[in-house]
Design a protein around this ligand. Structure first.
Ligand code: GCB
Length: 625
């Protein structure tokens, strides 16, 4: 499959990186006239403009409710200089939500549909590369309107000229704008375009020590005018920078003797979550070998991936094996969401996220409900946190299952997500959707097609989607590898009845097992809204006591069928709480002050009482291995 992986922009001897983050000119385009009036060709956006930080969602930056709830086009612009020290310049958006049009020096440079994933264009043709510098103007128009064929879907209702409402069939605020970094980077005319690496083949001796690993890789070269003398050198460096394997074919294998394996934290006792997991660096050098003497090696491009982890994944009927040992997922799902920034990427929030994971002894999370910024995966690789990478297909209904446009876009998103994330050892599974209406008859054909499409691209990972339908109603999971269910007994159903949770959970898991005896099961969400500081004994809904008791009530049922507590009979391979942090939603009668409050931590990243209960549980779970 010809997938361009859009390699993460990395500096090297042959590549310069320039951040275009900062304050951009910004304005709303409430009447949607910007393109017809050619705002992209003007030296300034028409007034009134304001300053907008990039990266950030624009919604919560001002005190203006119109900007907060805006639906439609917005415009961003900035000028910058390029010093013509390189022959090729690429402008890259790490993500923007949702439909994005970009002009460079007044000319259309790229369009992209969909948030959460990067897009880029070679902008060399728009700048005067023969001068010593070029002045460049980038103008960006972004529309956050969701439709029945976007992912996630949405439905625009226009009640009158001032009352427009975007119905979003999902439970998080539709933050928008340039919410991840904008980067300018240079390469040579001929360059390393893509790298795919697979570490799935490891030999173990009978003491379970890895004796060797075979890494299969493929390098794609981009650019024109390729000379016959172009060569490639692939080297794998260990954590001390020593070359442990190399090759000179663009598609081949590297053999590593006695490899150090990447493992999720807690898989052995000596590896707490805050310690770094073992990572190798893959260094790819592209060079011209005109004179055939190695001293005249003329380097054209160098690219390094510094997060190569050697590990295997395999599913059995009842276990999720990492490096051939049972792995039990435990942690909390999250959202890219924080005060003021909305979904804007922020390294402070990122680092706190992982420090809290370490504190909690969590070993896994799902990127609910869309692919996160690349940096989350890089951190997860280092911390040894397992990721279930999810597409933005949240809230699919029967309408979407019969739409070819939705299916085509879903496939496109699968390609973009997997090709971006497949080289991360932390990604252990792909989730292709969250809570689709999978008991609709049309779900069967849709998910069968999607599973068949994804399987050859899945890069050694199992595939799943996250289910809210009943065990006997779901039509699509039969085509996937694992069962992931979200359940809210004692909350959305049986509200207040903590006493009913244990048997309901046990019965639920047993029912799924009966229908699918060959697929391991994971609870991909369970949780209760909790207002910090609210107390009641006996526990009542929304109090800290209730969240404690609610979560604990699930755990006994999990433990009864756990694949690590009962290695012979267990089939339950993990538990992911909803949610790590409180997060923003639309305003509604069940979301006090516009927040879903199921976090173990507040939106400001401070613990509720339940965080301590979960820390204790995860510490105990780690000791079971
Ligand atoms: C779910 C959804 C999640 C919601 C959660 C809730 O099942 O997957 O997006 O936020 O329930 O709290 O309602």
């Amino acid at each position: 499959c010809a997938v361009n992986g859009l390699l993460y922009p990395a500096e090297s001897e042959t590549r310069q990186i320039r951040s275009l983050d900062g304050l951009w000119q910004f304005r709303l385009d409430e009447d949607g006239v910007g393109e017809t009036e050619q705002w992209f060709a003007k030296p300034n956006l028409p007034q009134p403009t304001i300053l907008m930080p990039v990266p950030a969602s624009y919604n919560d930056i001002t005190q203006n409710i119109t900007i907060h709830r805006h639906i439609g086009w917005v415009w961003y612009a900035r000028d910058f200089f390029i010093h013509n020290t390189a022959p090729r310049w690429v402008l890259r958006f790490q993500a923007a939500h949702y439909e994005t049009h970009v002009w460079v020096n007044g000319q259309s440079a790229m369009n992209h549909s969909g948030g959460h994933l990067p897009f880029e264009a070679d902008i060399t043709r728009f700048i005067s590369i023969n001068e010593s510098y070029s002045k460049v103007r980038a103008v960006v128009a972004i529309n956050n309107t969701l439709t029945s064929t976007t992912l996630p879907p949405g439905y625009l209702h226009i009640y009158n000229p001032t009352y427009r409402y975007l119905e979003t069939p999902f439970d998080f605020f539709n933050y928008a704008g340039i919410d991840r970094s904008v980067i300018l980077y240079s390469t040579s005319n001929i360059y390393i375009q893509d790298i795919a690496i697979d570490t799935q083949s490891i030999n173990f001796d009978n003491q379970h020590v890895a004796t060797s690993a075979i890494l299969t890789y493929s390098i794609t070269i981009g650019g024109t005018n390729r000379a016959n003398s172009l060569r490639v050198l692939i080297e794998l460096l260990d954590a001390n920078g020593i070359v442990v394997a190399n090759n000179t074919d663009s598609q081949s294998r590297l053999v590593v003797n006695k490899p150090n394996l990447w493992e999720p934290c807690g898989m052995n006792h000596t590896h707490p979550c805050t310690e770094e997991s073992y990572l190798y660096t893959l260094q790819v050098t592209l060079y011209n070998d005109a004179s055939s003497s190695s001293s005249s090696m003329n380097v054209v491009d160098i690219y390094r991936i510094s997060h190569i982890g050697i590990r295997t994944i395999r599913l059995t009927d009842s276990k999720f094996l990492v490096n051939e040992r049972p792995f039990y997922f435990h942690g909390a799902n999250a959202h890219e969401d924080s005060d003021i920034r909305g979904k804007g990427f922020d390294r402070v929030i990122l680092t706190k996220h992982f420090n809290l994971y370490g504190w909690l002894h969590g070993n896994a999370f799902r990127t609910s409900h869309y692919p996160y910024a690349d940096e989350f995966y890089q951190m997860a690789d280092r911390f040894g946190i397992a990721i279930i990478g999810e597409t933005p297909a949240v809230g699919l209904s029967a309408t979407q299952f019969v739409s070819q446009a939705t299916l085509d876009h879903h496939k496109q998103v699968v390609i973009e997500m997997i090709s971006r994330d497949r080289n991360h050892p932390s990604v252990l599974m792909w989730s292709l959707a969250n809570e689709p209406k999978s008991d609709a008859p049309s779900a069967k054909e849709y998910f069968s097609t999607l599973a068949n499409f994804t399987r050859p691209l899945a890069a050694g990972r199992p595939i799943t989607y996250v289910i809210s339908a009943s065990y006997n109603g779901d039509q699509g999971i039969q085509f996937f590898d694992m069962i992931c269910v979200n359940r809210y007994f004692g909350w959305y159903s049986e509200p207040g009845r903590l006493d009913q949770i244990p048997w309901l959970v046990s019965q639920e898991l047993a029912n799924w097992r009966r229908r699918f005896p060959n697929k391991p099961i994971l609870m991909s969400e369970y949780g209760a809204d909790t207002v910090p500081g609210l107390h009641n004994d006996p526990s009542f809904m929304f109090t800290e006591e209730y969240q404690n008791d609610f979560l604990s009530a699930y755990h006994g049922s999990f433990d009864n069928v756990s694949s690590i507590i009962h290695p012979d009979t267990g089939y339950f391979v993990g538990e992911l709480v909803w949610n790590m942090f409180d997060f923003a939603t639309e305003q509604s009668i069940n979301r006090v002050a516009g927040l879903n409050r199921k976090g173990l931590f507040t939106r400001q990243r401070q613990p509720k009482a339940a965080a301590f209960i979960m820390k204790n549980r995860y510490e105990q779970l780690e000791l079971i291995r």
